[in-house]
Design a binder for this molecule. Structure first.
Ligand code: AMP
Ligand code: ZN
Ligand code: FE
Ligand code: FE
Length: 288
């Protein structure tokens, strides 16, 4: 297959942040891989929210086209009063993570039912069954509620669903159960993975980063669709200052159009090479 990348393109690119239907992405894992292949990517990380259930299918699809899938998962955690997302990348022993994640997925189901109840109380009548059809056995979240609302004609699109009902402070909002960031980093390491601060954005500053580095943070997501040029430059400098790894990805959820385009962050494969080196070093000298 020919790649759409220009002939003679300088180096291979990767995309280390994306979602499949195992969480709130639109496409099943093999179709995510097919899209990545069509985009000319050498490797992707599948980083579904709170689940690694999509990995096996993604990896076997990738093998058949000679691509690599990095085993990942995106965790939501508390950092003091702030919410923080952590990417666990290069999972080698899923058991310690899996144990915590299955508890979170159960909590997500309870939360979805609470959201449905709140919506029903204000006259937006949708059922839990309609929501579960959208999540199709995966980790259920607000995007699935939004899709059920769209299908049943309660809102036009997901923006309206979040702006009017599901966003923080709106009448259908229910907070999600989350890990403490320290524990999130610990279980990430227990799983043999690198702990990467996902999309730090304007929050990615020295004062916020310093305690995370002390907890063992391994890297930061420098390239992300929510980052402007100033964010990228500051995060690169901070990563260098704290000797952290770079990561980057599109946070693609399967939309055919829009700012989150697969491969759109143009992450060089050398960033992945550095991560691989860090993982093998850690294996050679396991941390206490
Ligand atoms: P949850 O994990 O259930 O709280 O859902 C979080 C997901 O909802 C995010 O990963 C986004 O995909 C999506 N999301 C959050 N805020 C918005 C918004 N304002 N508009 C559309 N999607 C959103
Ligand atoms: Zn998502
Ligand atoms: Fe995130
Ligand atoms: Fe994400």
């Amino acid at each position: 297959m020919t790649s759409p990348r220009a002939a003679g393109a300088p180096s291979a690119e990767v995309d280390l942040h994306m979602h499949s239907s195992a969480s709130d992405g639109a496409l099943p894992p093999p179709e995510v891989v097919a899209a990545a292949h069509a985009a000319g990517l050498q490797a992707i990380a599948l980083t579904d929210h709170d689940t690694m259930d999509g990995l096996a299918d993604a990896i076997s699809a990738a093998h058949s086209v000679g691509m690599r899938v990095v085993r990942g998962v995106e965790l939501s955690a508390h950092d003091g009063s702030e919410e923080i997302h952590l990417l666990a990348l290069h999972v080698s022993d899923p058991a310690p993570l899996e144990l915590r994640l299955s508890a979170f997925r159960d909590a997500r189901k309870i939360r979805a039912a609470q959201i449905v109840e709140k919506l029903n109380r204000i006259g937006i009548v949708i059922s839990m069954e309609e929501v579960l059809v959208e999540s199709a056995g995966g980790a259920v979240g607000r995007p699935h509620v939004a899709r059920a609302m769209i299908k049943t004609g309660k809102v036009r699109d997901s923006r309206e669903a979040f702006d009017r009902y599901l966003g923080e402070g709106k009448p259908g909002f229910v907070a999600k159960e989350r890990l403490e960031i320290r524990e999130a980093i610990e279980i990430t390491h227990a799983a043999g993975a690198l702990a990467i601060w996902a999309h730090p954005g304007p929050e990615g500053r020295r004062a916020r980063l310093e305690p995370l580095v002390a907890m063992g943070l391994d890297g930061i997501e420098v390239k992300h669709p929510s980052h402007n040029q100033e964010d990228v430059l500051r995060l690169l400098a901070l990563a260098d200052f704290f000797h952290l790894l770079y990561s980057g990805g599109s946070d693609w959820h399967g939309a055919p159009t829009g700012v989150r385009k697969i491969g759109g962050m143009h992450v060089p494969s050398s960033w992945l090479d550095r991560q691989d080196e860090a993982v093998s070093k850690r294996k050679a000298a396991p941390i206490a």
